[in-house]
Design a protein around this ligand. Structure first.
Ligand code: BTN
Length: 263
């Protein structure tokens, strides 16, 4: 296993038993996803991971910023080298990260939900997010970087943040302390188990089972810029979100966003 010299001794015992390709810890980085994408070019093995305590240019979906107070949560990027079978279902890798977090939270007695496509919610508030970026070799997928941010400790959500939707932390919901490195190990273990199912129907069933707002009417922002009230029906095999318009029309979308207003 490749472990950089500056790796944090505190983390090591939690990761030692896991079959990672390697891991690198940096106290401060721009974005762990960028370092992971660089590492792919250097030949990083499957299940290699970049971790950081602070990101100065953390990014989320739709080029948004991802911000978290330093040392309070998890900011990590996992490098997966998909098999040929997995490449057929690469769209599911975002859910692999999100479901991994959901399963890990279950071990803490928490029922989390996935707000399609990449937000993880606890009691309707965002506790984590996933950003998958793909490294290409010509026309072929070389690797996927699954970036995940999790608000673990109380105070992880910056107060100054202009929130798109309400946010929370694991500790706020549990009302007790959580060791974030132990939680990281739980997430990794869950993802390793789930990966075996990523090409199967049961994966989509699992995703639908944890889908937030299922059968509810919500405000939806379409990629065209239009916003409309729609009913969330579920996820299909291609990871598309199936919606029902108010006139009864059905649509499957692969972009857009469910809008949850901050109170
Ligand atoms: C989102 O909510 O839109 C996704 C957030 C993803 C944030 C994580 S933190 C680790 C990794 N590095 C980044 O720059 N982004 C992801």
């Amino acid at each position: 296993m490749i472990v950089e010299q500056d790796s944090c001794e505190e983390i090591r015992p939690f990761l030692d038993q896991l079959p990672l390709g390697g891991w690198r810890y940096h106290p401060v980085v721009g974005s762990t996803n960028d370092l992971a994408l660089d590492w792919v070019r250097e030949g990083a093995a499957d299940w290699s991971m970049v971790l950081s305590d602070e990101q100065t240019a953390g990014r989320g979906r739709k080029s948004r910023r991802w911000e978290m107070n330093p040392g309070k949560g998890l900011a990590m990027s996992l490098i997966l080298r998909p098999t040929e079978a997995e490449k057929e279902h690469i769209i599911r890798f975002t859910a692999l990260g999100a479901l991994g977090l959901v399963q890990a939270l279950k071990n803490y007695g928490l029922e989390a939900e996935i707000k399609w496509p990449n937000d993880v919610l606890l009691k309707g508030e965002k506790v984590g997010g996933v950003l998958v970026e793909t490294a290409w070799m010509g026309e072929a997928i070389e690797a996927c970087v699954i970036g995940m941010g999790v608000n673990v400790a109380h105070g992880s959500v910056p107060k100054s943040l202009d929130l798109r939707m309400p946010a929370t932390s694991v500790e706020d919901v549990l009302s007790g302390p959580v060791n974030r490195w132990e939680m990281l190990a739980e997430i990794l273990r869950s993802m390793m188990t789930l990966r075996d199912t990523v090409t199967k129907d049961t994966f989509i069933e699992d995703w639908n089972h944890h889908l937030a707002f299922r059968n509810h009417w919500v405000k939806f922002h379409f990629s065209s810029g239009e916003a409309e009230s729609v009913r969330i029906l579920g996820i299909d095999d291609d990871g598309k979100l199936n919606l029902q318009h108010s006139d009864g029309r059905l649509e499957a979308v692969n972009s857009g966003e469910i809008v949850v207003e901050s109170t």
